[in-house]
Design a binder for this molecule. Sequence first.
Ligand SMILES: Nc1ncnc2c1ncn2[C@@H]1O[C@H](COP(=O)(O)OP(=O)(O)OP(=O)(O)O)[C@@H](O)[C@H]1O
Ligand SMILES: [Mg+2]
Length: 175
Amino acid sequence: MEDADIIWEESMSVSFDDVTVDPEIIQNMKRVITLSVVNGIDNSYGLLAKKNLRGALLYGPPGTGKTHLAQAVARDSQANMIAINPSAILAPHVGDSEALIKALFSLATKLSPCVIFVDEADSLFRRRKSSDKSWERSLINEFLQQIEEIHTKKDDAPFILLATNRPADIDDGIL
Ligand SMILES: Nc1ncnc2c1ncn2[C@@H]1O[C@H](COP(=O)(O)OP(=O)(O)OP(=O)(O)O)[C@@H](O)[C@H]1O
Ligand SMILES: [Mg+2]
């Protein structure tokens, strides 16, 4: 992932207090991340299992603070964050994208508690069509497979945070 930023510099200056949003959203964001990855609470049964608390999608019109909020999560939540630049994952060589996604989840597990943040998620997870080339579908499939493993597996699995202003363009499987 040579293009991915190791340190997301903008995030270091943004805190939850800087985001103008319904305080309940911030509360929920903190609670969901704390419950599912920081405390490593068993979410295989009860309310947490029903809600499948392993990820969240921030969606809304451009310029409403989705990226801003994610930056605050990076700084103010107790979890580590890996912010993914979609162009770094859309590797030019067939098969590379899947390898990168495997590496991403492996790294995130090692950095537990960890949040994987995918901004502009519609560009990475565009709705699959039967006309797509197989490598375009396999990227989404690989991601879904990794998420599937998260659900069946251990507490050190990452939390997946996505942001988009085009939720309708995101693949159903991912949603
Ligand atoms: N809710 C908000 N609270 C505080 N600042 C905000 C808010 N929304 C937008 N801003 C300001 O506007 C800038 C742009 O917002 P941001 O990049 O977070 O929007 P976005 O929702 O990610 O938009 P896009 O869908 O185009 O990616 C931020 O850097 C911030 O300075
Ligand atoms: Mg944004």
